[in-house]
Design a protein around this ligand. Structure first.
Ligand SMILES: C[S@@+](CC[C@H](N)C(=O)[O-])C[C@H]1O[C@@H](n2cnc3c(N)ncnc32)[C@H](O)[C@@H]1O
Length: 271
């Protein structure tokens, strides 16, 4: 089994995605979607950005490596009566099922960053974008002090080291690395731009319960807990994550959690 696929089919990312809908919609509102725009959402999960894009009239294809998330996305599209939004399985490192220059906009919000072979990923995103089209990525930033970068950093400290040659997904949050990947795919440097943006997580319970959802449903944290349980350090990991979530919670109420997280927004224009 492909370990990248296994990681994301583990657990149930829809439980985390449910806390991301507000910012997903706000982000899509900033994409300038027009009716009939052909959009590819890569690493789409269960459609946090794909569904709002379709609701604005785009023709959306969501591609994700995880079968359970593709099924969840198609179910959500049906529930929202969005016949212009479909989901299928695929790997961002090799989109062989998609034709060259077939999309006006390729979006990947915290998605393609998790695929292996980043240069292949950049190449594939450029290949399927039409001339004059755009690519928009949202990527977590290494060592950023906000939520997701810190979850991944803390989790990595409890997880066995990755195999030789593994490229950290967080390198997609480094502007120079991103520039190298897209210029290698043929994009002139002046067509690549960067901005810092914020994504809010809204959870209908206290921070400690939100940590519990990451422990039970989010692949990278599940792996960290599995390893920490093996070495008798699971309580320590739980405490570290609860301290993080508590310190980042901006909700005035003890009963709900609202945590903003900073990400790197990458925009690429294909000439
Ligand atoms: C953190 S989730 C984000 C999902 C969604 N974009 C969102 O914002 O809710 C990462 C997603 O990337 C997908 N993914 C990971 N590796 C992938 C790959 N090689 N090709 C396609 N999707 C991948 C995972 O299955 C998962 O749905």
């Amino acid at each position: 089994m492909n370990p990248n696929k296994a990681l994301w089919e583990k657990g149930d990312f829809t439980r985390i995605a449910a806390t991301m809908r507000e910012s997903g919609e706000a982000l899509v509102d900033s994409f300038g979607i027009t009716k009939g725009l052909k959009v590819l959402d890569l690493g789409c999960g269960d459609g946090t950005t794909a569904l709002p894009a379709a609701a604005l009239g785009a023709d959306v294809l969501g591609v994700d490596i995880a079968k359970n998330l593709v099924e969840a996305g198609n179910r959500r599209a049906r529930e929202h009566k969005l016949s212009n939004c479909t989901f299928q399985e695929g790997d961002a490192s090799n989109l062989e099922q998609l034709q060259d220059k077939s999309f006006d906009l390729v979006v990947s919000i915290f998605g393609a960053m998790f695929a292996p072979k980043p240069f292949d990923v950049a190449n594939e995103m450029v290949r399927v974008t039409r001339h004059g089209g755009r690519i928009i990525m949202g990527n977590w930033i290494p060592n950023d002090p906000t939520l997701v970068a810190q979850i991944l950093k803390i989790s990595a400290a409890y997880t066995p080291p990755p195999p030789e040659g593994f490229v950290s997904p967080m390198t997609w949050g480094v502007e120079d690395e991103v520039t190298l990947r897209f210029t290698a795919a043929g994009v002139p440097k002046h067509n690549i731009s960067f901005a810092r943006d914020t994504f809010n997580f809204n959870y209908p319970g206290p921070p400690s319960r939100f940590v519990g959802d990451f422990r039970s449903y989010y692949g990278p944290t599940m792996n960290a807990f599995a390893a920490a349980e093996g070495s008798g350090r699971a309580d320590e990991l739980q405490t570290a994550l609860e301290a993080l979530f508590d310190s980042q919670n901006t909700s005035p109420s003890q009963d709900v959690t609202r945590i903003p997280a900073t990400f790197l927004r990458v925009t690429v224009v294909r000439e």
